[in-house]
Ligand binder design. Structure first.
Ligand code: FAD
Length: 324
């Protein structure tokens, strides 16, 4: 089967991987070089379904629980399984209890246990939550590795195609570009920044709770940290605002004052594609399959949703729809 996959974000690349491993002949259409048009490039890369359960439906946890295993099968050695640490400044301790009451899969840590897990945070927080089964990955490393593997396996990447003729199926994974043409799809803006410092080392993502602006800090290689992310109901993808920059930097400083001397190496804003229920959706109409609406769960849910999309592509039924 010859398949055109539109969009080389995490959705399109996992779909292409799944298609290629099931023997399809895959061509990828992606107009932007270097992931410039992809929300996926700006993601935190947290595979954190228990943390997400605090604000998401149980099905996100059920379908996301095996995400580290699924990624490991696609790209061995790129998943870090060190869990997640959830903290709150002393004035927001009630937020920790509220968070704990809305999810499972955690245990409480005292000050000494926090210091044992993250020596850089010794003496800074009296208690916290640890979610040991969560994991994280570096989205940029993953996207580049997927693209390189697909290219090596014979998948063609092109910036232009003459329409869908000549393909048995088209799988549309163009994310926020479909806002306005895919009913119900909206954008949720996420602003983020990168800091670099040798003063602090973290082994796992840390979520810092706040009643208005919960923030997370995800460690990357070579003393870099991704700080994210705002959640703003707009499809505006322009540069980060001064308010968001201040709030993200404040949170980093609250986690550790040494972040004040870190270098700001990058700021950015991406648009998360979301349906009204915030669940991703796969739909087939004739030979066109659409996978979209990955919201804040693109890395968490792409492998499982890609498998659903490819099942629909290989099915004999010309119509179908799957959600979580
Ligand atoms: C700041 C931030 C932090 C996040 N953190 C996390 C996280 O920690 N964990 C997690 O699981 N998720 C996270 N997410 C969510 C995740 O990034 C998204 O759900 C995911 O990136 C959506 O992937 P996608 O492939 O659908 O869209 P995209 O990554 O946006 O890819 C769509 C691609 O389609 C291309 N395209 C557009 N138009 C066309 C066209 N006409 N033809 C062909 N190609 C086209 C674009 O150039 C782009 O490359 C985060 C998102 C943001 C913004």
């Amino acid at each position: 089967m010859r398949v055109l996959v539109k969009g080389a974000g995490v959705a399109g690349l996992t779909v292409a991987h799944e298609l290629q491993s099931r023997g399809a002949d895959v061509i990828m259409l992606e107009p932007h070089a270097n992931f410039a048009g992809a929300a996926s490039w700006l993601a935190g890369g947290m595979l954190a379904p228990w943390c997400e359960r605090e604000s998401a439906d149980a099905s996100v946890l059920e379908r996301g629980e095996d995400a580290p295993d699924r990624w490991e099968a696609i790209l061995p050695d790129l998943v870090t399984r060190n869990g997640t640490l959830v903290l709150a400044p002393p004035r927001d301790q009630s937020e920790l209890r509220r968070f704990a009451s809305r999810t499972t899969g955690y245990h409480w840590l005292d000050e000494a246990e926090i210091a044992a897990l993250e020596p850089s945070l010794a003496g800074r927080f009296r208690e916290g939550l640890f979610l040991p089964r969560e994991a994280h990955l570096d989205p940029r490393q993953v996207l580049m590795a997927l693209r390189a593997n697909l290219t090596a396996a014979g998948v063609t990447f092109t910036a232009e195609a003459d329409g869908d003729d000549g393909y048995d199926r088209t799988i549309d994974c163009t994310g926020a570009a479909r806002i306005g043409t895919l009913p119900g799809l909206r954008g949720v803006r996420g602003e983020m920044l990168y800091l670099a410092t040798d003063e602090i080392a973290l082994a796992r993502p840390v979520r810092l709770l706040h009643p208005r602006i919960p923030v997370y800090i995800v460690p990357r290689a070579k003393g870099r940290f991704m700080i994210g992310a705002t959640m703003i109901e707009t499809e505006f993808s322009g540069p980060i605002t001064a308010r968001s920059l201040m709030e993200l930097l404040n949170a980093a400083y609250t986690l550790h004052p040494a972040f004040a001397d870190a270098i700001v190496t990058e700021t950015g804003a991406g648009v998360r594609p979301a349906f009204p229920d915030n669940f991703p959706r796969v739909a087939r109409h004739g030979n066109v399959i659409t996978l979209n609406g990955l919201y804040r769960h693109g890395f968490l849910l792409a492998p499982t949703m890609a498998a659903e999309a490819v099942d629909l592509a290989f099915s004999d039924h010309p119509r179908g729809e799957r959600s979580l």
